[in-house]
Structures are given as C-alpha cells and as structure tokens.
Design a protein around this ligand. Sequence first.
Ligand SMILES: Nc1nc2c(ncn2[C@@H]2O[C@H](COP(=O)(O)OP(=O)(O)OP(=O)(O)O)[C@@H](O)[C@H]2O)c(=O)[nH]1
Ligand SMILES: [Mg+2]
Length: 416
Amino acid sequence: MNKTAFLITVYQDQREKEHALEYLRELNELAKTYGFTVVGEYVYMIRKFDAGSYLGEGKIEELSQRATELGAEIIVFDDEITPNQQKNLEKGFKRPVMDRTELILEIFAEHAQTKEAKLQIELAQVRYQLPRLKRMWTHLSRQRMSGGHLKGEGEKQIEIDRRILKRRIQMLEREIDEVKLQRETKRRARLRSKVPSFAIIGYTNAGKSTLLNALTDAEVLVEDKLFATLDTTSRQFLLPNNQKIVLIDTVGFIRKLPHALVAAFRSTLEEVAHTDILLHLIDVSHPYAFEHAEATYEVLKELKIDENKPIITVLNKIDLCEDREKLTKFRIRYPKTVRISALTKEGFDDLYQEIENAIKELRKPLRLKIPQSQYALISELLRLGNVLSTEYEDNDVVMEIEVPTELEYKVKDYIV
Ligand SMILES: Nc1nc2c(ncn2[C@@H]2O[C@H](COP(=O)(O)OP(=O)(O)OP(=O)(O)O)[C@@H](O)[C@H]2O)c(=O)[nH]1
Ligand SMILES: [Mg+2]
C-alpha cells in the first residue's frame, strides 16, 4: 500500500522508554514491509489513557496538526486500540487510524500464497472487523449523508453487514477444517515413515528460510522483511550419518502476535506442535535478540506446545555478531545452543552433531512385556517403534524396542 504514515508509540513508565523506542523501530519495519512511507514518528509518555479516545482530545488535536504538516495520510499506533477508541481517533485525526494488529493482518494478507494461508488470514481479518463495523459505518455515513440519505439506513446496513460477516466466518472455518484434514493425512504419513521431524521456529527475520535453503533445495523466499514466510514448507535432509530428517520452515513469531492471527493460524502452527524437535533460531546480531527469544517462548506457550519438547537453540548470524559475552549469555540461558551462520554455513557441523544427538534421545530403548491380546498397541509399536528383538512367553510378547517418546505413556504399564 503506497501511502504516507505517521507512527505513534506511547508508554506509561519512564523505565519503559527504551523499549518503546525499540517497539517504534519494529513498527517502522512493519510499516515499510507493508509499503508505507514513514514520514514521521512520535514517542511520548502518557500518564493515563483516555478510555474513549485513548490519547485525550488535546493530544489528538496537537498530533493531528503534526500529521498535516508531515503530509501523513494514515496514523499507525503500536498499541492495540479498542474498536471504540479507533472510531474516535479517526474522527479526531480525520484520517484512517490503524493499530499494530491491523498492520500485521494486512501484511499477512499480502504475503499469503497458498489457499490455506489465504483462508486463515481472511478469517483473522473478518474476526477483527466484526466489532469494528461501526467504524466502517462512519466512513460510509459521511458519503451517504452528503448523498442525502437518512441515518437509519446506515444502522440497518451495519446489521446486514454483521450478518454477512458472521456467515463468512462460518464458511471460512469449514473450509479451513477441510484443508486441515488433508494436512493431517500428510502428517500421519510422515509419522509412519519414522523420519524425525524438525520445525525451524523463531522471531520473524531470524533467518529460518535461509537455513532451510542452505540445507536443502527448498528455494523458499528469503527477504530482509518481516513475515516473508507464511506457509509451511517441509523438505527432507540427509545428515552426515545418513539419517534422514524432515525440516519444516514456518511463519515467524513476533512480540504480541495478534490473538486473531494465532487463532486463525492454529492449524498451520500445529505443525510445530507435531514435530519431534524444535530448532529455535535466534538472530544474535539483533540488539533485542533476548527479547525476541522470549517472545518466541511466549508464542509457544500460547500455542500450548509441550514444554518438554526438545529444543535446540540455534544462534544465527554469528558472522554479524562480534560480542562473545552476549553469545555466552545465550549459551547459559537457553538449552543446547549451537552457533551458526545460515549465510556463510559456518558452524553447520556442530548443528548436525546436535541434531544427531537430539534424535538419539528421541527414542527410548525399553523392554516390554505385553499381553498378545493388546493387538492394537502391539501393531502400533511395530509400526512406529524400532524393534530390536521379539520373543513369545505364554500369552505375552516380550520386546526390546526403541519407543518413540510420544508413545511412552501407552506402554508404561508393560515395562519390565
Ligand atoms: N549476515 C547474515 N544474514 C543472514 C543470516 N541468515 C539470514 N540472514 C538474512 O536475514 C534476512 C532474513 O532471512 P529469512 O531467511 O528471510 O528470515 P526468516 O526467519 O525466514 O524470516 P520470516 O520468514 O520473515 O519470518 C535475509 O536478508 C537473510 O539474507 C546469517 O547467518 N547472516
Ligand atoms: Mg522465512
């Protein structure tokens, strides 16, 4: 979208100032990614938010003038703004007002490639719009009033629009469920193939796609932009020890990832939940690398991803990071760290080693004694486990088997 934008960030406590500046920098990147030309930025401390208009009338007046001087067509706030505040802000600024959530939604909408991503993003957008219909009515009403229509018509229109949106939501949910089924079939096939799977996760722009490309022939789009990737791409890779693995590149995380998005992208993100091991990529050259890593953990929590899932922490872009002390801090704070550069391929041998180790830990060798009547369990174990030996004793099967961790709970009563 080729428009000029004025960015505004506020904070409530002096100690938050530095973070507010970083948020503004990130908002700037988001705005540029979307194609806005940023003509001005503004950070300031606010004592108390105005429930109705967020900033209060005086401030809106002042900033509105500033926006005019700067030639800004759109106002973008870093914070999430309620539908009512948004309406009042638009009235005060006499310009469209967006918040960070809406901006991220717009970027996602532009970058979506596959049918599934497009459906999911539309669902997120429609859900975002639903409580904001009044706002659209304000835009509409201005045109309509000048056309000499009556006010009541707009109210009726909102009712109709709301019904249309609700129906659209139901339709989208149904379509997404269908795509999800296909995805699950694929996932089951993968599970049967016993190939360990790795999800490359991390903050947006950490270098996830670069890593997938460096290891495989995926040729995923790599860009110095936020949210270059929205669709999951999986590729097989052969480790130096000839072990086959599947690597999955997926959508990047961000601080305060909008809830509407997390909800809508749940089925894509569930891919992450179903992989064996996570490769958490961190751009260590970024001044806020720690905050980014923490934000990633926040999103994992929101996705309810098992805390015990093995994670390899991959410190990326070491070619840009001279700060040894910082790297040491990461090594202390996060599990199993390796340092690499996805660009120069430095450190890849260590990465392979760490991946091989993690796979060894995945399957637990157990000795099990299972009644033969447990057909279903036995056949599942034969299918998914790595059987080392089988013997028959009376009515029991005695197996030495490497059991995938996700099946452990099913066999715990039969361990001998
Ligand atoms: N110097 C350097 N740059 C890198 C490295 N890895 C990735 N990059 C650059 O970082 C930028 C982002 O890389 P991507 O691979 O698109 O990052 P991503 O994590 O997939 O980002 P999203 O898909 O947007 O979430 C690109 O400009 C890459 O060239 C690295 O190890 N060193
Ligand atoms: Mg990417």
